[in-house]
Design a protein around this ligand. Sequence first.
Ligand SMILES: NC(=O)C1=CN([C@@H]2O[C@H](COP(=O)(O)OP(=O)(O)OC[C@H]3O[C@@H](n4cnc5c(N)ncnc54)[C@H](OP(=O)(O)O)[C@@H]3O)[C@@H](O)[C@H]2O)C=CC1
Ligand SMILES: CC(=O)N[C@@H](CCC(=O)OP(=O)(O)O)C(=O)O
Length: 313
Amino acid sequence: MKSVFIDGESGTTGLQVRERLAIHPQIKVVSIDPKLKRDANEKRRLMREVDVAVLCLPDAAAKEAAALAQDVGCRVLDASSAHRTAEGWVFGLPELSDQQRAAIAGAQCVANPGCYATGAILMLAPLVSAGVLSGDDVYAINAVSGYSGGGKQLIERYESGEFQSPAVAAYGLDFQHKHVREIQVLSGLAHAPIFIPSVGAYRQGMLVSIPLQEVSGEKLDCLQGTLEASYRAEDFIKLQTFNKIDPDTAPFLTPHGLDGSNEVHIHLFGSEDGSRGLLVAKLDNLGKGASGAAVQNLNLMLGLDESLGVDIR
Ligand SMILES: NC(=O)C1=CN([C@@H]2O[C@H](COP(=O)(O)OP(=O)(O)OC[C@H]3O[C@@H](n4cnc5c(N)ncnc54)[C@H](OP(=O)(O)O)[C@@H]3O)[C@@H](O)[C@H]2O)C=CC1
Ligand SMILES: CC(=O)N[C@@H](CCC(=O)OP(=O)(O)O)C(=O)O
């Protein structure tokens, strides 16, 4: 039996990691006394005991906790955005390549990807790497997430009834959203994408969309074929039929339907005249966007079956 300490286990991501590990047959959770949850010495003591420390903390606290773990030689999986492009850390997206999966398995420090970034990178990285999309273009990325993506504070704002919450609201309008860097670096882009996220008045689920221009029939075949080849052997990445929307929701493509799942559904759409195209990824921001991915990475780090406990549907 392997053991992990979840620093931040009562937060939104921490709770969901705990929920997944509760059904995990080979990992047990070692909990901190809630009264000592900010005590560095107690954290250090637990980190000495366990196989991996999972950080489900705000960035500043995650940096401090990662330093504690490194002090005592404990392996770390950080769900925050503090270390995603930092030297010495491995980006926790195994579907990027066989080398990435092996690097995660052997790493001392793994950074779990951002939720929006997961969708964007899974679409862009294989297409740019294969030369089907240019790494020199400036891509626009639009996205909508359920409010749980903003953690306890945003959940409280939407659910307390104290505020009148808009049905949907765009943000990141300074072009500085914290996922831009990881999307650029991991997708192999020369330029930062124009990333405009938005938050909707629903709890969970997201869509990440990337418009494309000049996609003739041949190019569309190439896009779909490359994605198909990249993810054919992946359990959690499901390439959808070209130009197809789920009949239950058509003509709408909604962010719903994957709550609790670790899957990402990738869609490709193209206009008949070949002038316009669209890539869309649908995922659960709390699933493959956070806690599902965290448990998948933990499994890899601990040499366990990658799919154990990742899905709580
Ligand atoms: N929600 C999501 O969809 C996603 C979140 N993430 C990332 O995961 C991390 C956690 O996010 P999320 O769960 O949403 O945030 P929450 O605000 O829901 O939870 C954070 C938790 O950390 C605790 N905490 C804060 N500082 C410390 C500290 N110094 N020591 C111990 N515990 C501390 C908080 O305690 P208290 O309750 O007392 O405030 C809280 O329980 C963040 O970095 C976030 O960016 C990543 C992907 C998606
Ligand atoms: C709706 C909402 O607020 N979403 C969060 C992203 C959630 C996520 O992936 O966070 P990390 O990068 O911290 O892992 C945001 O835009 O900041």
